[in-house]
Design a protein around this ligand. Structure first.
Ligand SMILES: Cc1cc2nc3c(=O)[nH]c(=O)nc-3n(C[C@H](O)[C@H](O)[C@H](O)COP(=O)(O)OP(=O)(O)OC[C@H]3O[C@@H](n4cnc5c(N)ncnc54)[C@H](O)[C@@H]3O)c2cc1C
Ligand SMILES: *[C@@H]1O[C@H](CO)[C@@H](O)[C@H](O)[C@H]1NC(C)=O
Ligand SMILES: *[C@@H]1O[C@H](CO)[C@@H](O)[C@H](O)[C@H]1NC(C)=O
Ligand SMILES: *[C@@H]1O[C@H](CO)[C@@H](O)[C@H](O)[C@H]1NC(C)=O
Ligand SMILES: *[C@@H]1O[C@H](CO)[C@@H](O)[C@H](O)[C@H]1NC(C)=O
Ligand SMILES: *[C@@H]1O[C@H](CO)[C@@H](O)[C@H](O)[C@H]1NC(C)=O
Ligand SMILES: *[C@@H]1O[C@H](CO)[C@@H](O)[C@H](O)[C@H]1NC(C)=O
Length: 537
């Protein structure tokens, strides 16, 4: 097809769908804007081949599957979920620049998507205006320099792909990021990112040493060019407020050639509660080679507790350590398995047996969820844990999960201000409350969502307060979101939840935002506001 005819056909198409898109806020929709945007983009991507690879309209037979391809929470893929008017899948960095320049010029709202794991779907849904999804799936190269122990990873890659490439190159190098291999490095690193290595090594963001971004003016900048404040902000402040991150340069960490995984399960409430209670006094203080989580959930309708863990060393050392420091766990050799670090990644993800299993880009299309999180600074009385256990017996909690993740170690050594992630020293562990329901139960989602709220409300006096903390990567819109499009009140609104995610770092994030994106091009329901917001446009 000639570029010209391809182009005019998308224009016709566009005009048609424009009339179909409902826009409750007419100020943000403008047909000539969209036509101009497409003209601008097609002109910049001046090659038919590239245009057809990058621009996907609703008419594309692949549109729906492309949109669904990385949606992890079916709560946001129902028939009434607002759909983007276009999906752009850049094949080279300059396509991202073109998308930013053209959308800025024509006032088109853009959402950036890497792995699509956003808890509230913000990378591919917005509720009050037409929008375009910039999906980075094609930008996913991973270049490892084993001698320098550094990697350049493009943000369309998943952490599973990154782990796999590291494992292929070395048995004694690893990287401290999340547990679920389908998570994208774009959102994950920019919000912090943690998993089984956090006690030893901290967050993924703590190991980012350079980045390439496209800023609001469409320029590609590396660390030196963006400056230290900007670079600070994107390592924990959430990428979506500042730029499109194209790639990260990270420093790898040492892992022993043999690590040990284990999983202890307790079925009786009485014995489980005793262990969990004791876990609170041990898990963040014990050697940082040991990571033990608590997971509470039902199995065949009976609540049980499991304690999956990773030890950075051989099984005999692990058993000696646990017998001395945490004998209540009752860990025995039969619960343990020695393996390489990359195998432990596969084991924790509960996938298969072989490292290539972490490459699968599965989506969890069958279960929708709502989650909330807390940080715990003082041990809870056993009776409180018992109350959570009882909550898990309620009908709405059939698929629910409570996950306790221990902090301490490296997490306490890094200062609250060093990165935007402020929940460091003084936090013993994080709790995540998750309610799941089957996709086909969507009509009844309110009841499942209320269950999480109830548990969360009950926990308020036992967790970090003033402010009650939250983790941006476990985004929760119940904490607040912008109402309408009035930019004048954004600072006050944004602060009310911003301090929960970022505490005192919120002000510095606002300063960075004000200087790098004064017109608030990169924004969403919870993005960092500018100081004195620009006049309503
Ligand atoms: C099943 C599951 C398991 C998880 N496990 C863990 C875990 O073990 N540890 C943990 O810390 N977190 C975990 N998370 C949370 C996860 O870290 C966050 O949801 C993270 O933001 C996902 O990144 P993404 O690129 O996959 O998501 P996306 O939905 O693509 O993006 C999330 C946010 O980041 C923005 N963004 C994405 N890419 C870019 C980019 N390139 N430039 C600028 N902004 C960008 C998006 O616009 C959006 O605001 C998990 C989430 C799920 C659903
Ligand atoms: C969209 O699809 C319809 C029906 O298949 C087709 O007639 C029309 O030409 C298509 N438009 C574009 C722009 O491809
Ligand atoms: C629509 O956008 C065009 C181009 O930006 C602008 O000239 C025009 O005034 C806008 N119309 C409305 C109604 O906003
Ligand atoms: C396409 O754009 C590139 C750079 O943006 C330019 O070098 C090239 O000449 C252009 N090609 C055409 C056919 O316009
Ligand atoms: C459309 O989807 C099919 C199957 O998922 C895939 O093989 C094909 O490459 C896709 N085409 C485009 C243009 O993305
Ligand atoms: C390590 O990085 C430095 C600076 O980037 C480079 O000059 C050097 O060649 C690299 N070393 C190896 C072994 O690749
Ligand atoms: C640990 O055991 C529990 C209970 O049998 C199980 O549900 C969970 O998936 C296991 N965890 C891992 C990481 O294997």
């Amino acid at each position: 097809m000639k570029l010209q005819s391809f182009f005019s056909s998308i224009l016709i198409f566009f005009t048609t769908i424009f009339l179909l898109v409902q826009t409750p806020h007419p100020v943000s929709a403008n047909q000539s804007n969209h036509v101009g945007f497409l003209q601008c983009l097609s002109f910049r991507l001046n090659d038919t081949n590239i245009v057809s690879k990058v621009i996907h309209t609703l008419n594309d037979s692949n549109f729906s599957s492309l949109l669904a391809s990385s949606i992890q929470n079916p709560r946001f893929s129902t028939p009434d979920t607002p759909k983007p008017i276009l999906i752009l899948t850049p094949v080279q960095p300059s396509d991202v620049q073109s998308a930013v320049k053209c959308s800025r010029r024509y006032g088109i709202h853009v959402r950036t998507r890497s792995g699509g794991h956003d808890y509230e779907g913000l990378s591919y849904v917005t509720h009050n205006k037409p929008f375009v999804v910039l999906d980075l799936r094609n930008l996913r190269s991973i270049t490892i320099d084993v001698n320098n122990r550094t990697v350049w990873v493009q943000t369309g890659a998943t952490i599973g792909e990154l782990y796999y490439e590291i494992g292929k190159k070395s048995r004694t190098l690893g990287f401290p990021a999340g547990v679920c291999p389908t998570v994208g490095v774009g959102g994950h690193f920019s919000g912090g990112g943690y998993g089984t290595l956090l006690r030893k090594h901290g967050l993924a963001a703590d190991h980012v040493i350079d980045a390439l971004v496209v800023d609001a003016r469409g320029r590609i900048l590396e660390r030196r060019e963006m400056g230290e404040d900007f670079f600070w902000a994107i390592r924990g402040g959430g990428g979506s407020s500042f730029c499109v991150v194209l790639s990260w340069k990270i420093r790898l960490v040492d892992v022993p050639s043999t690590v040990t995984v284990f999983n202890v399960t307790k079925f009786s409430e009485q014995s489980a509660l005793k262990i969990i209670h004791q876990w609170q006094f041990v898990s963040d203080k014990v050697s940082d080679d040991l990571f033990v989580r608590v997971m509470l959930q039902r199995y065949k309708n009976v609540v049980r507790a499991s304690f999956p863990g990773l030890y950075l060393g051989p099984v005999n050392n692990l058993l000696r350590l646990v017998n001395r420091e945490f004998p209540e766990l009752g860990l025995v050799k039969e619960d343990c398995k020695e393996m390489s670090w990359i195998e432990s990644v596969v084991w924790f993800a509960e996938l298969g047996e072989v490292p290539t299993d972490v490459l699968q880009r599965r989506t969890r299309a069958s279960l929708a969820f709502k989650a909330k999180s807390d940080f715990v600074q003082e041990p809870m009385p056993e009776i409180v844990i018992s109350k959570m256990w009882k909550r898990l017996q309620e009908p709405e909690a059939e698929l629910a999960q409570l996950i306790f993740t221990p902090f301490g170690g490296k997490m306490s050594e890094i200062g609250d201000y060093e990165t935007p992630f402020p929940h460091r020293g003084g936090n013993m562990y994080e709790i995540q409350y998750l309610s799941y329901w089957r996709r086909e139960e969507g009509e009844e989602k309110e009841k499942y969502m209320r269950w999480v709220e109830r548990v969360y409300d009950e926990m308020s006096e036992f967790v970090a307060r003033s402010p009650r903390g939250a983790y941006i990567n476990l985004r929760d819109l119940d904490l607040g979101m912008y109402v309408g499009d009035d930019k004048r009140s954004k600072y006050e609104e944004g602060k009310s939840w911003g301090v929960k995610y970022f505490k005192n770092n919120f002000e510095r994030l606002v300063r960075v935002k004000t200087s790098v994106d004064p017109f608030d091009f990169f924004c969403d329901e919870q993005s960092i506001p500018t100081f004195r917001s620009v006049e309503v446009i």
